[in-house]
Design a protein around this ligand. Structure first.
Ligand SMILES: [Zn+2]
Length: 290
């Protein structure tokens, strides 16, 4: 699942190609049509396809931002602003191309689901092999509950104190620390991979209960999680979970992992332990992480 660093790279790739463009047409795949007709909310959430099309055609992309793992496209037209809030799910990817074949990767060509025609003649295409991703239209960001529930961006001042305050809440005290840090109301944008890496860097066992940790340990962990996310951005994200940036490339971060997806610990060389915490595969080292 793309996490903050991967989504940041999608945003950076889209920004120069899409900002200022006007949407002149919208086409959905058969899978989206069939899903919506069956009441399944495939990709396009909370609005019928015809209304989505009517509301976005003629709008200009004013800006593209990232909030946690969400992309936020700000659109403007004569009626004001509105937003497309998009999540990449497990395997979503955006491409800006002249024709769909220019995507160049068969899986993403075959699994395109939304095509926005742009005034320049280019197309903004959303592809998603597993169809867990989504696009939602919102008139106001304040109405988008999923955005409002997210902790501040981890790189912002004050986010460490916010993290500490969240962990002090009763609902997290009895939980394992790994489960808490994968929740975006505690720290934003950190999913399974960067949680595993951050816990390893901070030398903290993922099974530790929040209530048994000292505040110093929690602060050390926050700094390690942020460092992992920053390193992820620096190395273009990871190529796990079929992530692709706007150019169709995967990142290099997976070569930097110390613990995630490894057989042996990248710090001490001992065998990596595996466990499932909150439904996600967790990799850690019992020698390095206490
Ligand atoms: Zn180790």
């Amino acid at each position: 699942m793309p996490e903050l660093p991967e989504v940041e790279h999608v945003k950076r790739g889209l920004e120069p190609k899409v900002t200022g463009e006007v949407i002149t047409g919208v086409t959905f795949s058969d899978k989206v049509h069939i899903g919506k007709e069956a009441g399944k909310e495939t990709i396009i959430k909370g609005i019928d396809l015809e209304s989505f099309r009517e509301r976005v055609i003629g709008s200009r992309f004013k800006s593209i931002d990232r909030r946690s793992k969400y992309l936020i496209f700000t659109l403007e037209n004569e009626f004001g602003e509105q937003f497309i809030i998009s999540h990449l799910g497990m395997s979503g990817a955006y491409f800006v191309v002249d024709t769909i074949d220019d995507i160049g990767i068969p899986n993403y060509i075959n699994h395109w689901h939304v095509e926005l025609e742009l005034q320049s003649g280019k197309k903004l295409i959303y592809s998603d092999i597993r169809r867990f991703g989504e696009m939602r239209l919102a008139k106001h960001l304040e109405d988008a509950a999923q955005i409002m529930a997210i902790a501040p961006e981890p790189f912002e001042e004050g986010s460490e104190d916010y993290f500490i305050r969240q962990l002090k809440q009763k609902k997290w005290q009895q939980k394992k620390i790994k489960e808490a840090v994968m929740n975006h109301s505690v720290i934003s944008g950190c999913g399974n991979i960067y949680a595993c890496e951050g816990l390893h860097t901070a030398a903290i066992n993922p099974h530790r209960l929040v209530k048994d940790m000292t505040e110093d340990e929690q602060r050390r962990l926050f700094k390690a999680l942020v460092a992992s996310l920053e390193e992820g951005i620096r190395y273009g994200g990871s190529s796990i979970s079929s992530y692709r940036n706007v150019e169709g490339e995967s990142g290099q971060m997976q070569t930097r992992f110390k613990i995630y997806g490894r057989q042996t610990c990248g710090t001490c060389g001992r065998e990596v332990e595996k466990a499932v915490i909150a439904g996600r595969n967790t990799h850690y080292c019992t020698h390095c992480q206490k």
